[in-house]
Design a protein around this ligand. Structure first.
Ligand code: NAD
Ligand code: TYD
Length: 345
């Protein structure tokens, strides 16, 4: 056992991709997955990992000091030194517009509880997985750098910015070895079909309408999830404590163009597109300058959008049962069948 990693939110989209990558690329690491199994947590993302030696799931909430302490005990058993990669969060902007408080609880309070426990456990390093949305919105030109002032516009991004500040404070005040990553929009396998790309794929496959907010000309900088996971691993292994690393794909597309590409790949009609009322406070454009992580840690994205979008569409096509169980809510029964009891979230 060379390293013990506590991953929070490992049953979600990026966390589960990260665990799959670790099992392939760092097979001798111990991986403890602390997840509350909210609606976004799906243990069916990890079925192929369940028997892996060194992997353990801990059902618990980062807002509970007792749950977090239990997870550190599991990760640190036999005296192992523990590192943390913190994914757990409420992550969907539209849900934060409907109700902000769960975002403050999970993202802000949960991060502080985790930081306190991690300091107490003398954690080796702590990677806080944040988002480019903390920087706010760009005009037609320019990029977010690590020096761009934080100006979040949604309750989601405001709660992530607050958590970033708490992580920064832990480093500045206590010398706690924390690092922050800020990534652009991800796409790929196991993404909950409420986010743009999996929602449009799932709806188009079923000939349901594709809701495009406003004029559809908002721009996001899309990154394949595996590239994000490799960047986080680079930060964990080679990053400098106290530093922020932006992660992005130099891959900007307006939403409408993404929707058209999905329709073309699936051979579906553009008539499925339905323009709906715009999202309040909708950020117009995100774009990342990832020069720092490229220069200092030698990370660059490996997947092009031209390869990875069709591969992602094909993945959802090959996972009809997974998608059906997510869309029907049946995935929520998996925990009960495996572990007994209902998920709490
Ligand atoms: P997700 O919503 O798919 O998964 C979140 C996971 O966290 C779920 O498994 C959920 O059960 C768990 N969780 C939520 N609240 C919890 C709590 N209180 N205690 C324990 N577990 C809890 O999210 P994602 O898209 O995988 O994003 C992961 C992280 O990456 C988030 O911090 C998000 O802000 C950040 N991020 C996401 C993107 C993106 O495009 N998806 C981009 C940049 C950064
Ligand atoms: P989303 O996937 O929710 O990510 P984020 O808001 O965190 O960037 O949305 C991506 C973009 O797609 C965003 O500009 C909002 C837009 N969008 C739609 O037009 N329709 C939809 O149904 C969704 C979910 C998003």
């Amino acid at each position: 056992m060379t390293r013990s990693l506590l991953v929070t939110g490992g049953a979600g989209f990026i966390g589960s991709n990260f665990i799959h990558m670790l099992v392939e690329d760092r097979p001798d690491w111990r991986v403890t997955n602390l997840d509350a199994l909210t609606y976004a947590g799906n243990l069916e993302n990890l079925t192929s990992i369940e028997g892996h030696a060194g992997y353990e799931f801990v059902h618990g909430d980062v807002t509970s000091a007792a749950d977090v302490a239990r997870a550190f005990e599991v990760a640190g058993r036999d005296g192992a030194a523990v590192s943390v990669v913190h994914f757990a969060a409420e992550s969907h902007v539209d849900r934060s517009i409907a109700s902000g408080l769960p975002f403050v609880q999970a993202n802000v309070i949960g991060t502080q509880i985790l930081l306190d426990a991690a300091r107490g456990a003398e954690t080796e390093s702590f990677v806080h997985v944040s988002t480019d949305e903390v920087y706010g919105s760009l005009g037609a030109t320019g990029f977010f750098t690590e020096e761009t002032p934080l100006a979040p516009n949604s309750p989601y991004s405001a709660s992530k910015a607050a958590s970033d500040m708490l992580v920064r404070a832990a480093f500045k005040t206590h010398g706690f070895p924390a690092l922050i990553t800020r990534c652009s929009n991800n796409y790929g396998p196991w993404q909950f079909p409420e986010k743009l790309i999996p929602l449009m794929i799932a709806n188009a496959r079923e000939d349901k309408s594709l809701p495009v907010y406003g004029d559809g000309q908002q721009i996001r900088d899309w990154l394949f999830v595996r590239d994000h996971c490799e960047a986080i691993l680079a930060v964990l292994e080679r990053g400098t404590p106290g530093e922020v690393y932006n992660i992005g794909g130099h891959n900007e597309y307006p939403n409408l163009e993404i929707v058209h590409q999905i329709l073309r790949h699936l051979g579906k009609d553009e008539g499925l597109i339905e323009y709906v009322k715009d999202r309040p406070g909708h950020d117009r454009r995100y774009a990342i300058d990832a020069g720092k992580i490229e220069r200092e840690l030698g990370w660059t994205p490996r997947y092009t959008f031209e390869q990875a979008l069709p591969a992602t569409i094909a993945w959802y096509g090959s996972q009809e049962e997974w998608l059906r169980r997510v869309r029907s809510g049946a995935y929520r029964d998996y925990y009960e069948a495996q572990y007994g009891g209902r998920p709490t979230g």
